[in-house]
Design a protein around this ligand. Structure first.
Ligand SMILES: Cc1ncc(COP(=O)(O)O)c(C=O)c1O
Length: 466
């Protein structure tokens, strides 16, 4: 570990943290007897904690974010240069990095033309919902206001984002939620036997049936009441669920037929994670609105984008005589220039270092290694993923697919952490189904890194399950 902080200072940092910081997503009682973890430094794929212990990070900052790795001076320098030139101006005006990044981004997204800046994935999704609602009021007498979301998908932490979230345990105790958000079934084929409409179906038959379930909900609610459908291209925190074959094509048809705007939440898949620039580009689908955050600037600055087609954008400017007919929304920090300055450099790094090609090669290696582990560990029931975005679902019985208890899953995560390997798992998302290990190493991963990740999981599984 490098830097100027001495062990003595770090003791004080730990005590300040224990006394004053409220960490995300964690029960704090254990900190009365054990130290909270402080991450002090990062370089490439590795981070160091307050004790100087090195960790190989297989989840890009814990939550699939630091795609280009830690310690990128190019990004830091670009942000620094921009901050001394102009750090901020409200987003009613433009900025040089804002305009530049919007052009670079939409160039990678054929059919999409407009970028609305904000700060987090949740916020980007809220913007999309507000667009759907405003269109409903302006064009459909307020009637086409409902937004469909899918079980097991996650769209963020704010109240409306939770209302559209399929993670029941996450949502528990935070209601009541706003109305107009309606669930459709998940499309995890491995659990098809638990879905009444899917019994006996597999492959494309399952994919088309899962998409048809969306149409069933639209018909039940009334197509004239449904304005939008939000989906993750590949479900992330809900257990890494790539869509089954046939799914996306049918979803697209259904949206077109019922005049429902298709919103794709690329907060995790966006900007290289699956080898394509965006997850949806693996499936030939054409969205109306795309949201993104985490990998846009790899966590070097807070930035999120809500990207739309020109047709969506036009609906907010075609009647300038109506004083309410523009998008009356603001995100104060959407005007921070650090975000797009970091995003420009992040995208250039992915191009200069050909990291999407690396993602394809290393993602294939990761899947191959995980499949090899299934031969040795009967507890791995299913391995899923695209690019450097993989999940391994743990079951106590391969025949019945009974999920292992989440305590066992957390024991595997804890064992990896003890070895100096950071992995993730579905966490307090669904009662009884927090049983998937999640991996999203940086797009810079080498073959040795990938092998170290799967070797670590191998020994953790051996320790916990034998
Ligand atoms: C798919 C997806 N959408 C939205 C979000 C919310 O993003 P944020 O935490 O930046 O608000 C997340 C966060 O994990 C996510 O995984």
């Amino acid at each position: 570990m490098e830097g100027n902080i001495t062990p003595n200072d770090l003791w004080q940092v730990v005590e300040n943290d224990r006394a004053h910081v409220w960490h995300h997503l964690i029960q704090h009682a254990p900190f009365e007897t054990a130290d909270p973890r402080i991450i002090v430094e990062g370089k490439g794929m590795r981070v160091w904690d307050q004790n100087g212990k090195e960790h190989l990070d297989a989840v890009s900052g814990g939550v699939w974010t630091v795609n280009v790795g830690y310690g990128r001076e190019r990004i830091a320098n670009a942000v620094r240069d921009q901050l001394v030139k102009l750090n901020y101006f409200a987003g009613a005006a433009g900025s040089i990095p804002g305009a530049t990044f919007a052009a670079m981004l939409t160039e990678k997204m054929p059919g999409m033309t407009r970028v609305y800046y904000s700060n987090s994935g949740s916020e980007a999704n809220e913007k999309a919902y507000k667009m759907v609602r405003q269109i409903a009021h302006k064009r459909y007498g307020g009637k086409k206001f409902k937004i469909l979301y899918r079980e097991r998908d996650y769209h963020g932490t704010t109240i409306a984002a939770m209302a559209s979230g399929g993670h029941h345990q996450r949502n528990a105790l935070y209601g009541p939620f706003p109305e107009g958000f309606i669930p459709v079934p998940h499309c995890l084929e491995y659990r098809a036997h638990e879905q009444d409409w899917a019994k006996g179906l597999s492959g494309e038959d399952y994919g088309i049936a899962a998409a048809n379930q969306i149409e069933q909900v639209i018909l039940r609610e009334g197509a004239d009441t449904v304005g939008g459908l939000i989906l993750e291209p590949i479900t992330a925190g809900g257990g890494v669920i790539p869509p089954p074959p046939g799914y996306w094509q049918r979803v697209q048809e259904i949206c077109k037929q019922h005049n429902v705007l298709l919103i794709l939440d690329e907060v995790v898949c966006g900007v290289g994670r699956t080898g394509t620039w965006f997850g949806y580009q693996n499936y030939g689908v054409q969205p109306d609105i795309v949201t993104m955050a985490k990998g846009v600037a790899s966590g070097y600055a807070a930035i999120s984008c809500t990207v739309t087609t020109e047709a969506v954008f036009e609906m907010f400017k075609d009647d300038s005589s109506d004083p309410l007919n523009y998008f009356r929304d603001i995100s104060t920090f959407g005007g921070c220039t650090a975000g797009p300055a970091a995003a420009i450099e992040n995208m250039r790094i992915i191009e200069d270092e050909d990291l999407r090609a690396n993602t394809d090669v290393m993602g294939a290696r990761l899947m191959e290694n995980l499949h090899a582990l299934t031969e040795k560990h009967a507890v791995i029931g299913d391995v899923r993923g695209v690019g450097l975005f993989c999940g391994a679902e743990l079951v106590s019985d391969r025949a019945t697919r009974e999920p292992v208890h989440e305590a066992k899953v957390q024991a595997v995560v804890g064992e990896c952490m003890a070895q100096g390997l950071v992995i993730g798992a579905t966490n307090r998302s669904f009662e009884g189904y927090n049983n998937t290990l999640c991996l999203s190493p940086g797009l810079i991963a080498t073959a040795d890194d990938i092998d170290a990740v799967t070797d670590g999981i191998d020994s953790a599984l051996t320790k916990v399950f034998s």
